[in-house]
Design a protein. Structure first.
Lengths: 192, 76
C-alpha cells in the first residue's frame, strides 16, 4: 500500500495531468505500467495482447482524465479500464484459442528461480508456477480476473468491487471457485 | 467438508478469521489430517500465485504510449 506521501505525490501528478501536463501523465504511466501489464497478461493469457491492452488502457485513461474523481484511487481507476480493455480483447477473440500460456510467458517463469534455493527447490518452484499459469489459463475469464485481482495483485474485495462493478458476495464466490480449481490443479504436484 | 468448516477455510485464506474462529480452526486441524492437507495445498497454491512473475514493460513502452496520445485529453 502506498504511504500518504506517495499518495499525495500521485494526486499531484494526476492534477497536473488533468491540467494538460504530458510529463506528469508520462510519470503516471511509468508508475503503473507494470501493474496494468501484469493484470492484462494474466487475464488475456498472451503477452503481446496484454501489451496492446495496456497501451489502450493508458490511451483511454488520458482521454478520460477529466472524468477521474480525485477522491478515488488512480490505480483502481486504471485497473477498471484495463479489465474492460481485456474484456473487449477476449470478446474479439471469441472462437479463437484463448488463454494459452505463450512462449514468452514460459521464459518469464524462469525468473522466479531463487538463487538461494537448491536446484530441486527451484525446479519445484518452476513446476508450480507453470502449473498455476496453465490452470489460470483454463479458468473461465470471470473467475480468472477475480483470482488475479485478489491473489496476484492483492486487492481487497472492496477494491475489486470498485474495479469490476460487482458486489462483494459474488466476487467472494468467484475467488472461492477459482481457488478450488487451482488448488486441485496443484495438489498432485504437492503430493510428489 | 461441512459448510461451516469450508467457511472457516475461506475466511482463513482471506486473512479474515477472528480470534475465536482461529482457535476453532486450530482445534479442527489437530484432529483432521484431511483438513491439514487441504490448507497446505491451498497455501502452496496461493504462494505460487503471488510469486508469479510481474510483467516488465518494454523499455520504450512509455515513449510509444505517449507518442500515441492525442494532443489533448478530452475536457482538459
Amino acid at each position: 500500500m502506498r504511504s500518504d506521501g506517495a499518495a499525495s505525490d500521485e494526486a499531484a501528478l494526476v492534477a497536473r495531468a488533468q491540467r494538460g501536463d504530458r510529463d506528469a501523465f508520462a510519470a503516471l504511466i511509468g508508475r503503473h505500467a507494470s501493474a496494468v501489464l501484469t493484470v492484462a497478461w494474466r487475464i488475456v493469457g498472451d503477452r503481446a495482447l496484454a501489451e496492446d491492452a495496456a497501451q489502450e488502457t493508458f490511451l483511454a485513461a488520458f482521454r478520460g482524465l477529466s472524468r477521474f474523481r480525485a477522491d478515488a484511487r488512480f490505480s483502481t481507476w486504471l485497473y477498471r479500464i484495463a479489465v474492460n480493455k481485456c474484456h473487449d480483447l477476449l470478446r474479439s477473440r471469441a472462437g479463437e484459442r484463448q488463454g494459452v500460456v505463450d512462449d514468452e510467458g514460459g521464459d518469464a517463469l524462469a525468473e522466479i528461480a531463487d538463487a538461494s534455493k537448491t536446484p530441486e527447490d527451484q525446479l519445484l518452484d518452476r513446476q508450480r508456477a507453470t502449473q498455476i499459469d496453465d490452470a489460470l489459463a483454463r479458468l473461465a475469464p470471470v473467475y480468472r480476473e477475480a483470482f488475479v485481482l485478489r491473489h496476484v495483485e492483492g486487492l481487497s474485495y472492496e477494491e475489486m468491487s470498485d474495479v469490476l462493478g460487482i458486489e462483494g458476495g459474488t466476487l467472494r464466490m468467484r475467488v472461492y471457485k477459482a481457488r478450488q480449481a487451482l488448488s486441485r490443479a496443484l495438489a498432485g504436484l504437492a503430493a510428489r | 467438508m461441512s459448510e461451516q468448516v469450508e467457511t472457516l477455510v475461506q475466511r482463513f485464506l482471506d486473512g479474515e478469521l477472528t480470534r475465536s474462529e482461529r482457535q476453532t480452526l486450530l482445534r479442527l486441524l489437530g484432529s483432521r489430517p484431511d483438513l491439514r492437507q487441504r490448507l497446505l495445498d491451498d497455501e502452496q497454491m496461493l504462494d505460487a500465485a503471488s510469486s508469479l512473475p510481474r510483467a516488465t514493460p518494454a523499455a520504450d513502452f512509455v515513449a510509444k504510449t505517449m507518442a500515441a496520445l492525442p494532443e489533448q485529453a478530452n475536457g482538459s
